[in-house]
Design a protein around this ligand. Structure first.
Ligand SMILES: Cc1cc2nc3c(=O)[nH]c(=O)nc-3n(C[C@H](O)[C@H](O)[C@H](O)COP(=O)(O)OP(=O)(O)OC[C@H]3O[C@@H](n4cnc5c(N)ncnc54)[C@H](O)[C@@H]3O)c2cc1C
Length: 404
């Protein structure tokens, strides 16, 4: 690992950060305030959503300071693919096996609802963030995987436990036709969104600052006393809260922007695509199958100044949780400290509502069970005591752990 576990200062440049907002390197006051009721660590989608909910419909908000190691939204949120793609079917069978039907269905419904929360927010606040409500299209090109996903989907549909009315599945010839992807053997479409995440986050931060929040980018800058500390520090969380070591692991991911040359007309893509592991691979972000076998590229890495195998692209640090569920709520055994992290490369459809749950616990004493956040997301001592690490168990292919 080239960095010391904190965000590095020479990160790769993501496309989303090429048109910077006036608050990108903002410091509301020249000096760090000596104290603040609430300190939020991290100014990505998690930190900005927490700040947004604290001020939403709140006539007497507490004082809030947001600390950001680099520029605002310079972490994973400023480096992802811009997709807000709920998982409404893919992992549901796995979660049923692991957590039972009720919990699995709760997670899927929670994911699906957030796209509409963001749509409503964008419309209400007239946010210029290129948000488009669309259909996602998961395309499977590998024969074995296509059959497996087809069988699993039919079984799930027959069971009648999950809400699949928004999911359309095509298998065989129709998959190619529906997806428009040559060689597609199976595909699934469902409601999703895509947006320019940096613009959304900066809008939320600006809104909070206008209502009294103090944003301090480019820390460290001294000391601050706080009654409550909210960890929205994603893959870097374990560095400041060591109980999350091996539970929220920094994992490096990759993304790219492809611009067709001027002589070619870019085809209209009706969907937000995911292409799953076929012989012909288009590398538009993800591309895990290419580098996943060597974990030294990605596991426990906080250095987003280097690329993985390719050029003209950028990297970002995700916070993978060892059981693939985020850690939300009070940090076990640490009163006054709360966490919203570990979204395992899938935070866009989960963070906004989870942040609302944390703020309701914080400001109104709401019990976790009453927040509407799936119970399996709760940060518990039991999860921290577990030594299981599902990340290295090869959820995305065989991993050579000897390379760690
Ligand atoms: C390449 C890539 C592809 C992705 N693809 C998808 C996808 O397809 N779908 C999806 O839903 N999600 C995807 N994600 C994940 C998604 O971007 C994250 O889940 C989400 O952005 C996490 O938001 P966050 O605010 O928790 O973390 P971040 O955006 O990482 O924000 C955390 C912030 O905390 C700051 N920080 C950390 N430690 C400290 C400290 N000690 N002091 C001060 N500041 C600190 C960091 O600098 C950072 O700005 C992808 C991520 C990457 C990198």
């Amino acid at each position: 690992m080239a960095s010391d576990g904190f965000p590095v200062s020479n990160s790769t440049l993501p496309f989303w950060r090429t048109d910077l907002h006036e608050f990108d390197s903002h410091r509301t006051t020249p000096e760090l305030p000596a104290e603040s009721n609430i300190v939020i660590i991290g100014a990505g989608f998690s930190g900005s959503s927490l700040a947004h909910h604290i001020y939403e419909n709140n006539p007497s908000p507490p004082s809030v300071t947001i600390l950001e190691a680099r520029e605002a939204c310079s972490g994973a949120t400023g480096r992802n693919g811009g997709h807000m793609k709920p998982d409404v079917y893919f992992n549901v069978p796995k979660y049923i096996k692991k957590y039972g039907v009720k919990a699995a269905v709760e997670v899927a419904a929670f994911e699906a609802s957030q796209v509409f929360d963001i749509k409503a927010l964008v419309e209400k606040e007239n946010i210029d963030c290129n948000f488009v409500l669309s259909r996602a299209c998961d395309v499977v090109l590998d024969a074995g995987m296509a059959k497996e996903s087809h069988d699993a989907f039919l079984k799930l549909r027959e069971s009648g436990v999950a809400d699949l009315k928004d999911v359309y599945h095509a298998y065989g010839k129709e998959a190619e036709q529906l997806s428009g992807v040559k060689g597609a053997l199976s595909c699934f479409t469902f409601t999703a969104g895509h947006l320019w995440p940096y613009k959304l986050v900066l809008h939320l931060l600006k809104g909070a600052i206008n209502k009294g929040a103090n944003l301090q980018t480019h820390t460290p800058r001294g000391s601050i006393k706080a009654k409550k500390v909210l960890l929205a520090s994603n893959g870097y969380t374990a560095k400041i809260a060591p109980q999350f070591k091996d539970h929220i692991v920094p994992v490096r991911g990759i993304c790219s922007r492809i611009v067709p040359d001027e002589t070619r007309k870019a085809p209209f893509l009706p969907y937000s695509y995911s292409l799953r592991h076929g012989p012909s691979i288009i590398i538009v972000g993800g591309a895990r199958v290419k580098f996943w076998t060597d974990p030294s590229h990605w596991y426990n890495v906080t250095d987003d100044s280097k690329l993985i195998e390719a050029r003209q692209v950028w990297t970002g640090i995700m916070g993978y949780s060892s059981d693939f569920m985020p850690h939300v709520g009070e940090v076990p055994g640490k009163p006054g400290r709360m966490v919203l992290a570990g979204f395992s490369g899938h935070g866009m459809p989960l963070i906004f509502r989870s942040a609302k749950g944390v703020v309701n616990m914080l400001l109104h004493g709401t019990r976790f069970e009453e927040t509407g956040v799936p119970l399996v997301f709760q940060a518990t001592q039991e999860r921290l005591d577990s030594s299981k690490n599902e990340i290295l168990q090869g959820g995305h292919g065989k991993v050579n752990t000897a390379k760690l």
